[in-house]
Design a protein around this ligand. Sequence first.
Ligand code: SF4
Length: 375
Amino acid sequence: MTNLSMKLEILGESAKYDRCNYINTNVDNFLGKSIPGIYHATTSNGCTVPLFKVLMTNKCSNDCAYCINHNKHHFNRVEFSPEDITSIFLDYYQNRFVDGLFLSSGIYKDAEYSMENMVEVARKLRMENEYTGYIHLKILPGSPYDLIKRAVSLADRVSINLEAATPEGMDKLSTTKNFQVDILRRMKWIKRLLIRNKNFAPSGQTTQFLIGAGDENDQDILERASWLYDKMDIKRSYYSPFEAIKGTKLQYHEEPHQKRSPRLYQADHLLNSYGFELEELTFDADGNLDLEDDPKYVAAQANEEIFPVEINEASYKELLRVPGIGKISARRIIQSRKAGKSFEKLIQLNDLGVIVKRAEPFIKLNKNYQSTLKL
Ligand code: SF4
């Protein structure tokens, strides 16, 4: 194994802990050997795109308790140069193994040094190699403004991981990262830069929460996410379940229930895409979502005064509150009504994509209840 492929094995593997909806997938080359560092991202329209996802280095001066790269961990530390990453990526790209780059890094020496190396990769690809494809750059906590500006001018998307929802939550996970200054202030800079120049990072900024590493509940996390959508214009938030990795300070910490992250994604979807307010969601006495049912159904049961909804009169917003009616079927209902159609039978809704069994207890058709089920 060459020095470069050894680094690639280590740093491609380390990148998997930054999930952002990317699934590590083994891709084989023509010799049948697995190629490290290739992940598949799911786009908003459901397509999957192979990306080269890698860290510049696993050397890090920070002490994040959940992270294998924390500064007290004694293990093999390696570092790529910008030239290394550029040439590996172009090789992958030209061989059609990948369609884009996702680049992150440990914070070696300081945020400026590491961020500069990452920006240099993007610059080399864009300016020296005329690469016009997808680049996602991680913004390292504490990065200087000028480097962030250069990063957003070169990347399609940037992200800075919050991991925790509150400053107190962050203090329990890291003594070296400052939640307000190193992360939120940088998010605000990114937001302003993207508003001022529409060509900067056209796919916007995203973030990731690490679920279950600290004691923050779902309400804390979704409150922060809702605030970020509102105040920081983030495009998406990701909810990665904490994993107790050997060699980290939290290696014996309990991992979250496997349904917790999926429920957070569903609740996030209601906030970010369905126009729900945080107050419409229902949390248990500990501030957590119901693990057994989806948040929209739980919210509908808790807000029974707004049901049943008359399908022939309800607004788009009201339709979206009904379990079993999604954005596409709600739009189809409105369009059909505009075309003069009246809804009298459940089969008509079924034909528009409504999950009738789910919706039935919450709707009326021509003033008639559709289910014997009582709310
Ligand atoms: S900053 Fe924290 S999360 Fe990032 S590589 Fe360093 S120790 Fe890991």
